[in-house]
Design a protein around this ligand. Structure first.
Ligand code: GLN
Ligand code: ZN
Length: 770
């Protein structure tokens, strides 16, 4: 019985790669220094897997930035603006594509399926020329081999690559990158211009006997021509696979029946990898559809997306069921997807108590779990390991820290009922306007103001008990007062306190809620060198005491203008955490919603008239498969409404969303029934406006961001006015708000002041014209 790992985190247990990259980008270290760190990381990862006993160890899952960008480099598909002239692609061109350079902006980045990882979107056109321009897969394979470690090189499959690509700038929107399939296959196989140099041939020549092709788009709802592309691609590649075992790896959901039929029918393929964690129907599918004789099934039973220790006994029974179908020597124990979506190594967690730690497994521990199961199936069960695991599973089930009956009951009571504010939104807006008395085109910001070094230091020192509580409160109070004064000077209508007491919009709340735990090094790559450290929700969630009222009240006392209370919504807290896997996600979400509801009510009682409940991540939790989306949207939107259905008509509820591509969920957004929504928009005016042009009725307040806060660029008054005018053409004057795209936390005051000055001038200018 063999073991396999789909992919491994590349940042290192202490984010070594992040620091090496950033130092290189800052010109503080050389390319050699960076390469040295990368080599060391790769070697230690391979050794660790080899020592654990893993048979199929992945290579080429390391990346200096992103695996899709690596594929773009391999194919030589560099957009023209980077002036690539041929030859092996080096750091200069590679990082220019990833991050832009002094004269050319970066390529677009978007989310990798439903994860929080972002990849660099390939830009392809009919004239894109493909040449084999990065030998990274081969050199990593050889590098491992030189260490005496046989690996399975991992490539992003040709069809997934094309399906994730977009038409290059200037190319017809209707152009389908998939039409380039015939052009990229030569790079993958041996029939390229330079025979025996293209990637599979070169890997074979180097001694590889297995290659993994990642084709996760197979789990999506594909059209028949897209599915046919898989057959075409792998039939054409077949002859170059002779003497090699090539398998197709899928992940993040179950493979739909049609797609399953297609891939299991491919002759040149030696096996298929399936996700049995997110793919809740996978086992039944294999049982009913069967599995082709002689092929390998890589069974992803260890969760690559979460941090929980595997329930080994339960996984073993799944594996045994599969074994009965595919045969003993054809079943390979694997992870559900690359482990890059989980934290790296539990060993470095010094602050978690031993009970919680016994419930967890990060990437390094998951490798051991995979191997232990493979051995158990081969008749060499490590009894001690299995019984320790069983003990941890039952301690988690019965721990009083996990269960809070009162919370369970309250959450259970929510199901099936509809929570809505009694009055409709236009009547509420009228009632609010009587109290708030705002001008038309009211101005506001999204919440955070620039986070200075000083602020970060104050928070750090407070956490480490280096300064007293009073000193901390004094420092934060001063900051809030500065931010309030600035907004009054700028003449903004609805103010914010600036969020100086928060380092992160989820962590801040998680730290004050019960049922959450925090890691010291549980980082997960988000994009490039950026990582996030999601909190762990391990138990029933409740709110022991008010979380934001103290600061919001203080801020409101400094001004006569309305001060927004600022909360993170339940869906966003859920989507940006590692969520417990012992109850459905919606149940956890309802619990968080009840906790936030209490906070909303306390803010209202403290005299806060406008409360913003951010749902920055609502859209990104949307399931990949259409058949599952309605259910998600239903409970997600319901959770949001639970937080504020109890407030008075005169209390104005705002929400904010990042990521403007929400045309497909506009009806759910309306159903959230917020009084005002502010949304990230400035990079896609047209898309958003098209929804309203198509006649969607929108009666609540809406503030599509009028400038991009991700860039240091300062927008002019005219430009902002122009944008507002475009929106006024499709939206009623009395519902439009004027605000930036998102929080200002990452910007400098030197940028924020002039940008907001121009924003307010634009609003005032237009008020005189209406
Ligand atoms: N209120 C948060 C802020 O301004 C919202 C951040 C976000 O949407 N990502 O920072
Ligand atoms: Zn945002």
């Amino acid at each position: 019985m063999a073991s396999h790992i789909v992919g491994y985190p590349r940042m290192g247990p202490k984010r070594e790669l992040k620091f090496a990259l950033e130092s290189f980008w800052d010109g503080k270290s050389s390319a050699d220094d960076l390469q040295k760190v990368a080599t060391d990381l790769r070697c230690s990862i391979w050794k660790q897997m080899a020592d654990a006993g893993i048979k199929y160890i992945p290579s080429n899952t390391f990346s200096y930035y992103d695996q899709v960008l690596d594929t773009t480099a391999m194919l030589g598909a560099v957009p023209e603006r980077y002036s690539y002239t041929g030859g092996e692609i080096g750091f200069d061109i590679y990082f220019s594509m990833a991050r832009g350079n002094a004269s050319v902006p970066a390529m677009e980045m978007t989310k990798w399926f439903d994860t929080n990882y972002h990849f660099i979107v390939p830009e392809l056109g009919p004239n894109t020329k493909f040449t084999y321009s990065s030998h990274k897969a081969v050199s990593e394979y050889k590098e491992a081999k030189a260490l005496g470690i046989e690996t399975v090189p991992v490539l992003i499959g040709p069809v997934t690559y094309l399906l994730l690509s977009k038409p290059a700038k200037g190319v017809e929107k209707s152009f389908s990158p998939l039409s380039l399939l015939g052009n990229i296959l030569p790079i993958y196989n041996t029939y390229g211009i330079t025979i025996h140099r293209e990637v599979t041939a070169e890997l074979k020549a180097a001694g590889a006997s297995w290659i993994q092709f990642d084709e996760p788009t197979l789990v999506m709802d594909l059209e028949s021509h897209q599915l046919e592309a898989f057959t075409k691609a792998y039939t054409e590649l077949e002859s170059s696979f002779s003497g090699l075992n090539v398998f197709i790896e899928t992940y993040f959901a179950d493979v739909p029946a049609e797609a399953y039929k297609t891939i299991t029918a491919l002759k040149g393929i030696s096996g298929v990898g399936l996700d049995l964690i997110r793919g809740t129907k996978t086992l039944d599918l294999v049982k009913s559809a069967g599995f082709p004789a002689g092929k390998y099934l890589f069974a992803g039973v260890v969760d690559g997306r979460n941090i929980w220790a595997n329930d080994l006994a339960s996984s073993l029974s799944t594996l045994q069921a599969l074994e009965a179908i595919v045969g003993k020597d054809k079943l390979v124990v694997s992870t559900s997807c690359s482990l890059m979506h989980t934290a790296v190594d539990l060993v470095n967690e010094t602050k978690l108590d031993s009970e919680i730690k016994s419930w967890l497994a990060f990437a390094a521990q998951k490798v051991v779990e995979v191997n232990a199961m493979a051995k158990a199936l081969a008749g060499q069960k490590d009894e001690a390991f299995f019984s320790a695991n069983a003990a941890a599973q039952s301690s988690r089930k019965s721990s009083p820290r996990v269960t809070n009956e009162e919370v369970q009951k309250a959450a259970a009571a929510l199901k099936g009922s509809d929570h809505r504010r009694v009055t409709n939104v236009s009547a509420r807006l009228d009632a609010q306007q009587k109290k708030l008395n705002l001008p038309i085109l009211p101005t506001t910001t999204i919440g955070s103001f620039p986070q200075t070094m000083d602020l970060r230091r104050v928070r750090r020192e407070c956490k480490a008990n280096k300064i007293s509580e009073e000193e901390y409160v004094k420092a934060i109070k001063e900051e809030i007062s500065k931010v309030v004064k600035l907004q009054e000077e700028l003449d903004i209508d609805v103010l914010v306190h600036g969020e100086p007491e928060r380092n992160d919009m989820v962590e801040y709340f998680g730290e004050q809620l019960s049922g959450f735990a925090f890691t010291v090094n549980g980082w997960v790559q988000s994009y490039g060198s950026r990582c996030v450290k999601p909190p762990i929700i391990y138990g029933d969630v409740s709110r022991p005491k008010a979380m934001t009222v103290f600061w919001s009240k203080m801020a409101q006392s400094m001004t006569a203008r309305p001060m927004k209370g600022m909360l993170t919504g339940p869906v966003t807290i859920l989507n940006w955490s590692f969520v417990r896997n012992d109850q459905p996600r919606f149940e956890t979400c309802y619990q968080i919603a009840l906790a936030i509801k209490k906070e909303v009510e306390d803010l209202e009682a403290a005299g806060i008239q406008v409360i913003q409940i951010d749902e920055a991540a609502l859209r990104e939790g949307l399931p990949l498969r259409k058949s599952e989306q309605a259910f998600y949207l239903d409970w997600a939107v319901h959770s949001f409404r639970i937080t504020n259905c109890g407030v008075q008509d005169t209390t104005q509820i705002h929400t904010h969303m990042c990521y403007s591509n929400f045309n497909d969920i506009i009806h759910s957004i309306i159903d959230m029934d917020a009084d005002v929504i502010t949304i990230e928009n400035s990079r896609s005016d047209e898309k958003l406006l098209s929804v309203f042009r198509e006649g969607v009725k929108y009666g609540a307040g809406i503030g599509p961001g009028v400038y991009d806060i991700h860039s240091p660029r300062i927008p002019s008054t005219e430009e902002i006015a122009d944008r507002i005018n475009k929106m006024l053409a499709v939206l009623e004057t009395n519902i439009l708000w004027v605000n930036p795209d998102c929080g200002l936390k990452t910007r400098k005051y030197g940028e924020v002041k002039p940008a907001l000055t121009n924003m307010v001038s634009a609003a005032k200018l237009l008020r005189t014209q209406l």
